[in-house]
Design a binder for this molecule. Structure first.
Ligand code: GCB
Length: 608
């Protein structure tokens, strides 16, 4: 085929656009850990590239947008050995452990925000009748993926999974996977440049090579019908050509064993009446073994069944009003100052929450690891799940919206079978403007179109006038909860003034306080008038809890926050040293005085 210069450029352009498109919209395989996988976790060589020389030529033009898609440094990295003038060589470079952010693994990377290349060699033995996918649990923030020197695509968004089908690019025996990751903060991205958490970059979650049959079970949703415990409702989607075969759904303990014939698109939808079902709840988090199969493929899952709804000022879990004893947390292991890496790390966090007396956690401010949600299912913790629409997003920018919507949709797609998740949050502390109302209002509509079995909320802000705190953000009208952050005793007023405050909440909805708290350095003791002392934080908790108990319709709280967490905004050299000290537990695992105040409150608080 002859290509003119223009058509070559056009071709290159289409290739680049299609990379973006692919990674932004490719449907995820449900339940990756239930599939046949080769883990690509472990040791990856890395090259720091602060000038992005592996990607941009000396005129700042991306090599992969040039007509040939080739260039010296780029080739050296993505396809080593192809050029003589080698200024990069993975073989002699140190390594990073995957999963794990890059900042916590080397001192010189602690503050790094920029481009870094990863490489991992692996061996496969290919089977004729199989399909192969490379699946990333999350890479922060923008990543370009290359397999054996060929570009698979680009992904944006640091907390959600993505995948590529790679059968045509894998070779028998030795293969190598290269990832360019860039965690540079940018104004129009999600999140934007300004956050109060560490911008941990890199391949932070699992990488897997997934092997499936030619036709396979791609996706399924198996949950109770909306607020109706008398039937299980859902769908199964097959990928590939399946013809007239039947798909079998089994939940042995419920004596469910149903066969369905998929429609022309490989989809079956069902509603199955159930009588004696043990509903999932925090006291008894019953999970049922679920098996889906057809002639070529089978997958198992553990799924809990519960309903969630609101009625006036009540939150009804399985039809009964509940008080949610919660705590907020980041996806960070305080003991290393880095992202949570293993199931053990995640259990430590959730065990701390259980010990505090919680039945509920707010997983702030972005999508957490899938394993975290599976543990919450198993341990009996209700979950608030959020997307990083945080503070000042570029509300007017259409690409920013698309990106936020994509992160939200992928998160719902991944976690829709988790009984623990009862609330999808579309953002945190966003300033009220017309453009923001449209942006976030559209996100609310999007959630409702994808999942009508859960509540939709956002952490709103309050206004205060004298001793009155008002909640009347118009976005609240579209939400299921009157949910907001308030920092009485810390950012406004002194802890001892708290008893004078009262709330004016304009919505007849359940009130959920998504944040309150204050900072304390563990081990620093003084009187309760001295900021940063454990006693000051303790008084905030004593007075906040008394104040909030007077709120009509208070149905849950998630104080900020379970453990101290790293933040570049928190620089006080005596008390903070780059840690936000609002934790009830320190970064060395020491429980502060306020921890025991909240624990006592939860012990005495009825869940009804
Ligand atoms: C907030 C934010 C949270 C911050 C916290 C603080 O309102 O939602 O991300 O870390 O305040 O410590 O100021």
């Amino acid at each position: 085929m002859y290509l003119s210069k223009n058509s070559t450029l056009l071709f290159a352009f289409i290739m680049v656009m299609s990379f973006n498109f692919n990674s932004f919209s490719q449907k995820q395989i449900q339940n990756i850990n239930g599939r046949k996988t080769l883990s690509l976790n472990g040791t990856w060589q890395f090259i720091i590239d602060p000038y992005k020389m592996g990607y941009l030529d000396y005129r700042q033009k991306p090599f992969d947008e040039s007509a040939s898609g080739k260039g010296g440094f780029y080739d050296n990295i993505t396809n080593p050995g192809k050029t003589k003038r080698a200024e990069y060589n993975f073989d002699f470079e140190p390594s990073l452990t995957v999963p794990g952010d890059l900042n916590s693994q080397y001192e010189k990377l602690e503050f790094y925000e920029g481009v870094l290349w990863y490489r991992r060699n692996f061996k496969v033995s290919l089977k004729e009748d199989k399909r192969y996918f490379i699946h990333f649990g999350a890479v922060n923030y923008e990543s370009h993926i290359y397999l054996n020197g060929k570009k698979l695509g680009v992904n944006k968004g640091g907390f959600t999974p993505f995948q590529f089908e790679v059968g045509d690019k894998l070779v028998e025996g030795d293969n190598f996977l290269v990832v360019m990751v860039d965690n540079t903060r940018k104004k129009d991205e999600v999140p934007t440049i300004n956050t109060d958490w560490w911008n941990y970059g890199g391949i932070t979650r699992d990488v897997n090579l997934v092997e499936t049959p030619e036709s396979f079970i791609n996706d399924y949703k198996i949950q109770l019908a909306t607020n109706d415990a008398s039937k299980i409702k859902g769908y199964i989607e097959l990928e590939g050509s399946v013809g007239e075969e039947s798909v079998v759904l089994q939940i042995p303990e419920l004596k469910i064993n149903q066969s369905y014939t998929p429609d022309a698109n490989g989809k079956v939808s069902f509603e199955i009446p159930v009588k004696k079902i043990q509903l999932w709840n925090p006291e008894s988090p019953k999970l049922y073994e679920v098996k889906i199969s057809f002639s070529q493929d089978a997958v198992n899952d553990k799924i809990g069944f519960r309903t969630i709804a609101t009625e006036g000022k009540n939150i009804l879990l399985n039809g009964e009003s509940i008080f949610m004893k919660g705590i907020a947390m980041h996806d960070e292991n305080p003991l290393i100052g880095g992202r949570l890496r293993s199931e053990g790390d995640m259990r430590m966090m959730l065990n701390w929450a259980k010990e505090l007396g919680c039945n509920y956690v707010r997983l702030a401010h972005y999508t957490h690891n899938e394993t975290m949600l599976r543990l919450a299912d198993e341990m009996g913790l209700l979950v608030w799940s959020e997307v990083p629409v945080y503070w000042t997003i570029s509300w007017e920018n259409k690409e920013t919206y698309k990106n936020a919507e994509n992160q939200l949709s992928v998160s719902i797609e991944r976690d829709k079978n988790r009984a623990s998740i009862i609330i999808w949050s579309v953002g945190n502390e966003t300033p009220v403007t017309e453009a923001r109302n449209v942006f976030m209002g559209n996100l609310v509509d999007k959630v409702r179109s994808l999942d009508d079995t859960r509540l939709v909320a956002a952490a709103l802000e309050v206004e205060f006038d004298g001793y009155t705190v008002t909640v009347d953000d118009t976005l609240g009208e579209k939400l299921d909860l009157a949910s907001f952050n308030q920092y009485g005793g810390w950012y406004w007023s002194e802890p001892k003034e708290l008893p004078k405050f009262s709330f004016d909440i304009k919505f007849n909805k359940p009130v959920v306080i998504t944040e309150f708290g204050g900072g304390a350095l563990a081990g620093f003791h003084a009187d309760d008038d001295t900021m940063w002392s454990e006693e000051y934080q303790e008084l905030i908790y004593i007075n906040q809890l008394k104040m909030m108990d007077k709120i009509d319709g208070l149905r849950g709280i998630t104080p900020w926050i379970l453990v101290d967490f790293k933040s570049p905004r928190r620089q006080n050299p005596v008390y903070q040293n780059f840690w936000n000290r609002k934790g009830l537990i320190s970064n060395t695992g020491v429980k502060k005085k306020a921890y025991f105040i909240l624990q006592e409150y939860y012990r005495n608080k009825s869940v009804k």
